[in-house]
Write a protein that binds this ligand. Structure first.
Ligand code: SAH
Length: 204
């Protein structure tokens, strides 16, 4: 996975590669598909949701440019895999998921792995996590029509947010940089994510 899917495609950040080597991805997928956990495609994680392919996890993580001191907000806990990767590379991860079943499962894996710098909650993540703001980095792992305003408000200055933005079929990975009160958006590449559903995204 590391050599063929990541390094060969330009994932050069050594810390990201180390985290991807360390976190046991097979624990985060359902038992029946554990043998495919390190394959080059997204996988079902239950409740109609998917875990991104390893390359997309690495690409988004690299784009966050983490140094180890950051406080990160993740929207879309899903299996918990991406939160686990982030937790190895920053100070603390706050992750929000709207589906109870997924949060409960992810929490058990975090405990088992003793990843104690991850806190999670069940809520509409398009509202952010106001009581813990601001966040140095925000990552949204579901696709929406636009970046939710509460997330822009809860981003630290300077700070960086990454999110798939577009239609329900295909999105572009957008990076929003906040600096001196201004927001600058750049685009990385086209991706396909499951829907971000909430007050500031797609309706339920
Ligand atoms: N990061 C995850 C992949 C998440 S898939 C992983 O590593 O496995 C996207 C997740 O976003 C789904 O679990 C979906 O339920 C969740 N989601 C969608 N809309 C949401 C919202 N408004 N708030 C929180 N989570 C949301």
């Amino acid at each position: 996975m590391i050599e063929e899917q990541l390094i060969r495609r330009g994932i050069t950040d050594q810390r990201v590669l180390d985290a991807m080597r360390t976190v046991p991805r097979h624990l985060f997928v359902e038992d029946a598909i554990q043998s495919q956990a390190y394959s080059d495609f997204p996988l079902p994680i239950g409740s109609g949701q998917t875990i991104s392919q390893p390359y997309i996890v690495a690409l988004m993580t690299m784009a966050l440019q983490l140094t180890g001191s950051e406080k990160i907000l993740e929207i879309g806990t899903g299996s918990g895999y991406h939160a686990a990767i982030l937790s190895r590379l920053c100070q603390k991860v706050y992750t929000v998921e709207r589906l109870d079943a997924l949060v409960s499962r992810a929490r058990k894996i975090f405990d088992r792995l003793r990843y104690h710098n991850i806190v999670s909650r069940i809520d509409d993540g398009t509202e952010g996590w106001p009581s813990e703001a601001p966040f140095d980095r925000i990552i949204v792992t579901a696709g929406g029509p636009r970046i939710p305003t509460p997330l822009i408000d809860q981003l630290a200055d300077p700070g960086r947010l990454i999110m798939p933005v577009g239609g329900q079929e295909v999105q572009e990975l957008q990076v929003a940089d906040k600096r001196d009160g201004d927001i600058k958006i750049t685009t990385i590449e086209h991706v396909r994510f499951v829907d971000l559903i909430g007050a500031h995204a797609w309706p339920n």
